[in-house]
Write a protein that binds this ligand. Structure first.
Ligand code: NDP
Length: 247
């Protein structure tokens, strides 16, 4: 047994990038997946790929900014698989622009998805974890959650600092049987780099990614490492970057 096989793992943002790569990686190790995002057709394709390979997967259309969607996500998971072992709060948006451009709608979207989406997941899953006397929160922060990615990424960094702060407080408060891992990646080749509406920032970010980004399964392996530890070992923080990345 690899301590991943048979675990019920919910992944938000499983329709692309890190979430999709993590779902594939964990499915190959025998995890039972709940695939969550808004683009249902992509989730259905991934779920049928996993099912065809002999695995187990459930695709759920969820907008993480809607608390009721997240509550239903948790309820449907328990109904379908009987429990939840791991919640990977991964759905995210990175809209880069100088703060002077005042892209207030994008600030709100980043806060709603990156921070409130994670909090709704914690609120919905924690009672289940407490009842089970076991569970694992994995929250995706960023190198931008360790250093302020300015100019341009100031608000994105704010959301990722919040992810780390909340994860650490969560670990401290609910620790005895429940594990909490924060994963902070550097530049990873996904769709995240397309999230800016500010043309100049979009071009600069895409060039930065073109030069340095590493494949998404680098993060999938880090997540698997945290999950596969024995229950009395809690990997609290994982930080990983492309070797060439200076920031
Ligand atoms: P992608 O853009 O490829 O994936 C983002 C995922 O989030 C998609 O599956 C998207 O699905 C989902 N999502 C966005 N908004 C919502 C919403 N409202 N409800 C449900 N799902 C939503 O980017 P990544 O894979 O790179 O991003 C994953 C996480 O990793 C993010 O939190 C990001 O901040 C973090 N990260 C990424 C790094 C990188 O360089 N790529 C570096 C450090 C951290 P859909 O649109 O179908 O809803």
């Amino acid at each position: 047994m690899n301590n991943i096989s048979g675990k019920v793992v919910v992944i938000t943002g499983a329709s692309s990038g890190l979430g999709e790569a993590t779902a594939r990686h964990l499915a190959a190790k025998g995890a039972w997946l709940v695939l969550v995002a808004r683009r249902k057709e992509r989730l259905d394709t991934l779920a049928s790929e996993i099912l065809t390979a002999g695995g187990k997967a459930l695709a759920l259309q969820v907008d993480v900014t809607q608390r009721s969607d997240i509550e239903q996500m948790v309820a449907r998971t328990v109904e379908h698989f009987g429990r939840i072992d791991v919640l990977v709060s991964n759905a995210g948006l990175m809209s880069i622009a100088p703060i002077s451009a005042s892209k207030v709608d994008e600030w709100e979207r980043m806060i709603d998805i990156n921070v409130k989406g994670m909090l709704y997941g914690i609120a919905a899953a924690l009672p289940i974890f407490e009842k089970q006397q076991t569970g694992h929160f994995i929250n995706i922060s960023s190198i931008a959650g360790m250093k302020v990615f300015s100019p341009g990424g100031t608000v994105y960094s704010g959301t990722k600092f919040a992810v780390r702060a909340i994860s650490e407080g969560l670990r401290h408060e609910v620790g005895a049987h429940i594990r909490t891992t924060t994963v902070s990646p550097g530049l990873v080749d996904t769709e995240l780099k397309f999230g800016s509406s500010h043309a100049e920032s979009l071009a600069a970010v895409n060039e930065f990614y073109r030069q340095q980004a590493i494949p998404a399964d680098s993060v999938a392996r880090a997540i698997a490492y945290a999950i596969e530890q024995p229950a009395d070992v809690d990997i609290n923080e994982v930080i990983l970057r492309p070797t060439v990345q200076e920031f």
